[in-house]
Design a protein around this ligand. Structure first.
Ligand code: SF4
Length: 580
């Protein structure tokens, strides 16, 4: 991973690829690399869909190695949704493949002068860029099938659906999973619209003939990775809860805690919760059978395997096992308690290439705006289909909850910096409210998952209903997350490293033995801080101030049942999050 592939999509005579050394970005991976490059090379005041924005696609530091769970791919740019810096990451196969092919990053620059659509093929022999307008407006599923017909079924694909081509702010970038299906998405912030603006429909990777990346000290690396795997296996969340029920194991837990946003953040509990919980979902999947029903990894080398496959009642594949966030967004948030309808919405989102969180929150706002009734699954499916068709209504919805709220005159719009909140109400989980408010990414649970400590008792305990300690909790988690997002590790490893110091040490040892380094825990903290500093600096130059580090007003005014509480962390406390 010692080279970068820069492709100028606006070059005279057609796209031009250049291989460069990593240079000043050496030693960085994943989010550390994308945020450093965007912060340095993208003018903060540029239009996100213009030629000056850059789309950076970077494997993590340990991607392409034998280290377990190291296959997350980071995508960075200026976000069309938030107007600030963005890093969104995804599982699937491409990160491992890109790393084995030797690339620290692909950087898409410039902009084509017309509407020509391109595909980029990368294998061990090099890079081929070709025009292919036959791919226009294909859904991700048909697109991947077509590409498999052309390039074989050993490929990994990074692609956009129609939403990305239409440059919608909710558009995602899909990564194919181990079955070469486009089910893993860098969802947040409209990264798919930036890929669409660059005129790139798909990047096809074939790592045939490449080898796993070799560690500097193979024996010590093997031993450290063994301790790493043992640590993940022995923690109850990464070793038992996630493999058995997937992330949707959280539905009952968060509902019980009164923090499950229901009917567009009106209540904290959903009466249909039991029908869509992880336990019900796993039972249904196992009853229906089929390959990989429950417990399934999204990429080679994941030993947590939190995913699964959702089949219809006749046993036909519908989608991957919908994640907790998706089940919430299209389920409880919209008053829908039908897992088959939720799975269909997930499938449509993946096919059109839109973020499931943004779309679910948008449908919730649309329901409040009178476009459909809460609980009407058929209407929700039809609204998402409008997005895929690109009708005027679909284009409004496809630009997210903030735009939809404005168009339909809704006051209760759960966004920060223009990005929709995920599945935890900040009034009942005040720590995650601090992360939503202050993360440079906009409302993002993964940026500093305070739910772990507020609700799950992982990494200590901070009362979820009180303001005390939440700013400090969010600060520490945001720093740790920025570092984890740079390694290529899936964020779910955080449960094990927060509770088990020896497992955190095993991760550091894995990095050190691979690269021949002597990093300490303090160095990891310093890395996380430097990533956040780059991101905050970009946002400040893009015009963001403390005024954007706030939750929408209604969270401070409307009490949330059942705890009948408002968000009560003070602005003064919020402004201390990045004081270190
Ligand atoms: S834990 Fe789940 S999301 Fe994370 S890499 Fe494994 S299968 Fe993918």
């Amino acid at each position: 991973m010692d080279r970068m592939l820069r492709i100028d999509m606006g070059a005279e005579g057609g796209p031009k690829a250049t291989l460069t050394e990593v240079g000043e970005y050496a030693g960085l991976g994943g989010r550390a690399l994308t945020s450093a490059l965007v912060s340095k090379e993208v003018p903060p005041l540029c239009h996100p869909l213009g030629a000056s924005n850059k789309l950076v696609i970077a494997p993590g530091l340990l991607s392409g190695t034998a280290a377990a769970v190291s296959g997350r791919l980071s995508v960075g740019c200026k976000s069309p949704l938030t107007g600030g810096i963005k890093e969104a990451n995804a599982g699937g196969q491409p990160s491992q493949m890109l790393a084995r092919l030797g690339y620290a990053a692909i950087v898409l620059e410039g902009k084509p002068k017309d509407e020509t659509l391109y595909k980029i093929f990368i294998n061990k022999d090099g890079v081929k860029i070709a025009e292919d307008n036959s791919l226009k407006m294909l859904g991700n599923y048909d697109l991947v099938d077509k590409l498999k017909g052309e390039y074989g079924d050993k490929i990994g694909v990074i692609s956009i659906g129609p939403a990305g081509e239409m440059k919608m702010s909710a558009a995602s970038i899909a990564c194919t999973d181990m079955e070469v299906r486009p089910t893993r998405h860098a969802g947040r912030g409209g990264v798919g619209a930036v890929m669409g603006a660059k005129g790139v429909k798909a990047i096809i990777l074939d790592d045939t003939g490449t080898k796993m990346r070799s560690p500097k000290d193979p024996d010590a690396f093997k031993e450290a990775n063994k301790r790493w795997v043992e640590g993940l296996r022995k923690h109850p969340v990464t070793g038992q809860g996630l493999p058995a029920y997937g992330t949707n194991v959280l539905t009952n837990v968060i509902n019980e805690a009164g923090g499950y946003p229901t009917h567009n953040f009106m209540w904290g509990r959903f009466e249909g919760c039991a029908k869509i919980s992880g336990e019900t979902q796993a039972e249904l999947e196992n009853q229906r059978g089929g390959e990989g029903s429950a417990t399934h990894g999204c990429h080679r080398g994941c030993i947590i395997r939190c995913s699964g496959t959702f089949h219809d009642k006749d046993g036909h594949y519908v989608t991957k096992q919908p994640e907790y966030e998706t089940v919430w967004a299209h389920g409880g948030n919209c008053g829908i308690d039908d897992l088959d309808a939720i799975a269909m919405l997930d499938r449509l989102d993946d096919d059109f290439g839109v973020d499931t969180i943004e779309m679910g929150a948008t449908i919730g706002v649309a329901m409040e705006g009178g476009l459909a009734k809460f609980g009407d699954a058929r209407a929700a499916i039809n609204l998402v289909k409008e997005v895929g068709k690109g009708t005027p209504l679909g284009r409004i919805l496809g630009n997210g909850a903030a735009v939809t709220g404005k168009v339909f005159g809704v006051e209760r719009v759960p966004v920060v910096k223009g990005q929709s909140m995920p599945a935890y109400d900040p009034r009942s989980v005040q720590g995650i409210g601090v992360t939503y408010a202050t993360s440079p990414m906009g409302a993002d649970h993964t940026a500093g998952y305070a739910v772990a400590t507020n609700i799950l008792g992982v990494g200590g305990k901070v009362d979820p209903l009180k303001p005390e300690g939440q700013a400090e909790l969010s600060r520490n988690l945001q720093i740790a997350t920025a570092a984890i997002d740079s390694t290529g590790m899936c964020l779910f490893i955080a449960f094990a490293i927060m509770d088990q110091p020896e497992t955190f040490q095993a991760l550091i040892d894995t990095i050190n033995t691979f690269y021949g380094l002597k990093l300490s825990a303090d160095d990891v903290t310093a890395l996380g801080k430097s990533v956040l500093k780059n991101e905050r600096d970009f946002n400040a130059r893009a015009g963001f101030t403390a005024a954007q580090d706030r939750l929408p007003e209604f969270f401070k005014k409307e009490s949330l049942p059942p705890h009948n509480i408002v968000f009560n962390v003070t602005d003064k406390d919020l402004d201390t999050v990045f004081n270190w």
